[in-house]
Design a protein around this ligand. Structure first.
Ligand SMILES: *[C@@H]1O[C@H](CO)[C@@H](O)[C@H](O)[C@H]1NC(C)=O
Ligand SMILES: *[C@@H]1O[C@H](CO)[C@@H](O)[C@H](O)[C@H]1NC(C)=O
Ligand SMILES: *[C@@H]1O[C@H](CO)[C@@H](O)[C@H](O)[C@H]1NC(C)=O
Ligand SMILES: *[C@@H]1O[C@H](CO)[C@@H](O)[C@H](O)[C@H]1NC(C)=O
Ligand SMILES: *[C@@H]1O[C@H](CO)[C@@H](O)[C@H](O)[C@H]1NC(C)=O
Ligand SMILES: *[C@@H]1O[C@H](CO)[C@@H](O)[C@H](O)[C@H]1NC(C)=O
Ligand SMILES: *[C@@H]1O[C@H](CO)[C@@H](O)[C@H](O)[C@H]1NC(C)=O
Ligand SMILES: *[C@@H]1O[C@H](CO)[C@@H](O)[C@H](O)[C@H]1NC(C)=O
Ligand SMILES: [Cu+2]
Length: 611
């Protein structure tokens, strides 16, 4: 299904790069992506407008090899700006190709193109998505597979298995409901369902296995909110990669994947074609404030040995012992880093003085500066080394070139959050109950696990370390899309002095800033030096001791002028509908309802509604 949608062409251009001592053949692998609105109905329950590529949805997976250059000629056929972020790419020397709006670029204006040129210095399972507003929730997200010509793991074939939550409503509308004074508790929009391999509802992803072969499944969680548990009945799984870092194989019963995380597992096929088997991707409903009756949060797909073979069901209880990613050992054995600088980040969600519920690091909620942070770093000379110039709302934290950096993140929120650092893999040194005691020194394992997105459970901390060997401005944020928009972002300003020497921004990007009227020099206010008049400031926490009544009164004051507008939002919010599933045949077979009833052989009375 995915193959037939790939309208991108592998490049013809072969660039011969002359190294100092040997010849390396590296290719430009070029994709043409015309990003625009199309209609899609992946769960068979409701056709809706989504954001697709070249007139189709889902966007095709991108394949490229180590040492190639990925070139995406992106056209913005939307009516708003857009950007692309290749999640997990180091972008070493190409900070301006990273994608987050108002951090490294000003957005591709509607009707214009941008050429993303991304040198590939990594391998493994990644993905690419828009980094403007909540656009990726509307479908502009795709697997990005970086193949390793010297692949260390042995397998016969591989499959990409994308897992994503799916909303029937447009992200822009959901965002207005989420960031509304009517939602002071910050309840996130609950998805209408889940998609495996871009299909859901009565349609099931099918993976064809041949007896005796070994398969790599590349699991990618492209969710906006939901966390999944992935398991396969009747088969063993071994984790061999997380977030692009190859690991020593570790046997697991199920894989827990938070938004933006990737895990590759090896699965050895059985020797017989007698039966087919189910695999499961169950959404973790702890994150949902309510569970609508119509929500099917447990999805299934089929491991198929033979068309029409009966589905064998596991008996007994599944193995729910979630594996702990901190136990993974990177294949390269990279040793634990020390640290030269440590930053502590406390995560809270609270209602702020604009009456909205915001995600915050150290009680600062992120608000975009007037000048994208990368341009401030590049244009402010020696002043760029002082975090003040990036403005009061960006949570800028300075790190020096080649420093070893320790981030301690305390999650004081009631929910779990998956945090992602751009431009680096970090070492996962430790998790523990919050608050972290600053006088205590963790004793890392000799070769700690590394990844680019880490889940921090409620009321726990993590200690992360990385080496600042990649000058640039790198966002660190929760990857739950609603929380990005709610302000749970901060920026690592890494070696602006070295950036100024190494980084030359392509003219096309500067032109697009000019077209959007966004300045590319100066501090967060677009001014010189430390004159920050006009830089975004606030909203702030309510002063300690304010009662909820007082907050309400203040919110009422601020918002009375907006009530007309807000009631329109409220109308949209409350007009939620329940959609009846409609069986739709397509190239993904419709499984017999009986095959998918109940989990592990239990006959579930609700299963007709569930599958
Ligand atoms: C803009 O991008 C689209 C989609 O990739 C491509 O078809 C078109 O040729 C590009 N235009 C220019 C001027 O590069
Ligand atoms: C990739 O490039 C690096 C540095 O030039 C080289 O050492 C390595 O052998 C190359 N790898 C492949 C698979 O071509
Ligand atoms: C994907 O990530 C979301 C958010 O963390 C999580 O709720 C969901 O369970 C994840 N899905 C899988 C299959 O792990
Ligand atoms: C399949 O058969 C081979 C050869 O007899 C054996 O080594 C292997 O363990 C079997 N695999 C499974 C999954 O039973
Ligand atoms: C969904 O799966 C979970 C395990 O992940 C199980 O505990 C639960 O009973 C299932 N719910 C339904 C309705 O099948
Ligand atoms: C940040 O806000 C939290 C929650 O309101 C509060 O407990 C904490 O003391 C605040 N921290 C600082 C440094 O003001
Ligand atoms: C950064 O600049 C501000 C404003 O001029 C000043 O108060 C502060 O001391 C400076 N910080 C450092 C680390 O130089
Ligand atoms: C970035 O490139 C420099 C060499 O130019 C290298 O020393 C450094 O390790 C690279 N960092 C990353 C994260 O790739
Ligand atoms: Cu979050």
């Amino acid at each position: 299904m995915l193959g037939s949608l790939s309208s991108s062409s592998f490049a013809a251009a072969v660039a011969i790069v002359l190294g100092c001592c040997h010849l390396t053949a590296a290719e430009d692998v070029k994709y043409y992506w015309d990003i625009g609105y199309v209609k899609a109905n992946p769960d068979g329950q409701m056709e809706r407008q989504v954001i697709g590529v070249n007139g189709a949805w889902p966007p095709p997976p991108l394949h490229v090899s180590l040492n190639d250059t990925l070139v995406i000629e992106a056209r913005n056929s939307l009516d708003t700006p857009t950007t692309l972020h290749a999640h997990g790419m180091y972008q070493n020397g190409t900070n301006y190709m990273d994608g987050p709006y108002m951090v490294t670029q000003c957005g591709i204006p509607p009707g214009q193109n941008m050429t993303y040129r991304i040198p590939i210095t990594q391998t493994g399972t990644y993905w690419i998505h828009a980094h403007y507003g909540a656009q990726y929730v509307d479908g502009i997200r795709a697997p990005l597979i970086l193949h390793n010509p010297k692949e260390p793991h042995k397998y016969d074939d591989e499959f990409i298995v994308t897992l994503e939550d799916w909303y029937h409503d447009q992200a822009s509308g959901l965002l207005k409901e989420f960031l509304s004074w009517k939602n002071p508790g910050g309840a996130e929009p609950v998805p209408n369902g889940a998609l495996i391999g871009s299909v859901g509802g009565d349609k099931h992803k099918i993976i064809d296995f041949m007896p005796g072969k070994t398969y790599r499944l590349r699991l990618i969680n492209m969710s906006a909110l939901a966390m999944f548990h992935f398991s396969i009945e009747g088969h063993k799984m071994h984790v061999i990669e997380v977030d692009g870092v190859d690991t020593e194989p570790m046997e697991v019963g199920n894989v827990r994947l938070a938004a933006a995380q990737r895990t590759s597992v090896l699965v050895t096929a059985l020797n017989s074609t007698g039966s087919n088997y189910l695999f499961h991707a169950d959404m973790d409903t702890d994150m949902f404030d309510n569970i609508p009756e119509s929500l099917n949060y447990n999805s299934t797909g089929l491991i198929r040995y033979r068309k029409g073979a009966e589905v064998s069901r596991d008996k007994g209880e599944p193995d729910w012992s979630a594996f702990n990613d901190i136990d993974l050992v990177p294949l390269d054995g990279m040793e634990a880093l020390g640290f030269d600088v440590t930053y502590s980040l406390d995560v809270y969600f609270n209602q702020y003085t604009d009456a909205l519920n915001h995600g915050t690091f150290n009680n600062i909620t992120y608000v975009m500066p007037k000048v994208p942070t990368m341009f401030t770093a590049l244009s402010m000379g020696a002043d760029a080394l002082n975090a003040t110039v990036y403005g009061p709302q960006t949570n800028a934290h300075m790190v020096g070139h080649m420093q070893d950096v320790q981030l301690v993140v305390n999650n004081f929120d009631a929910g779990n959050h998956p945090f992602h650092l751009h431009g680096h893999h970090f070492q996962l040194i430790e998790r523990g109950p919050a608050p972290y005691d600053p006088t205590y020194n963790p004793r890392p394992k000799s070769a700690p696990a590394r990844r680019d997105t880490v889940t921090i459970p409620s009321m726990e901390y993590v200690v992360l370390r990385f080496r600042a060997d990649n000058p640039g401005t790198w966002l660190f944020h929760c990857h739950i899309e609603w929380h990005i928009e709610g302000g749970l972002n901060m920026v690592i300003i890494e070696a602006p002095d070295v950036m100024q020497k190494r980084i030359r921004v392509p003219q096309q990007i500067l032109d697009q800033c000019a077209a959007a009227g966004i300045p590319t020099t100066g501090n967060a206010a677009g001014r010189q030096g430390f004159d920050l008049r006009g830089a975004p400031e606030g909203p702030y926490p309510y002063p300690l001791g304010w009662t909820s009544k007082a907050k309400g009164a203040m919110a009422g004051c601020i918002l009375s002028a907006l009530v007309g507008f807000a009631s329109i939002i409220w109308y949209g919010w409350s007009s939620q509908q329940t959609y009846k599933p409609v069986a739709t045949a397509d190239d993904n077979e419709v499984l017999d309802a009986a095959e998918t009833q109940g989990r592990f052989g239990r006959m579930d009375p609700d299963s007709a509604a569930i599958n």
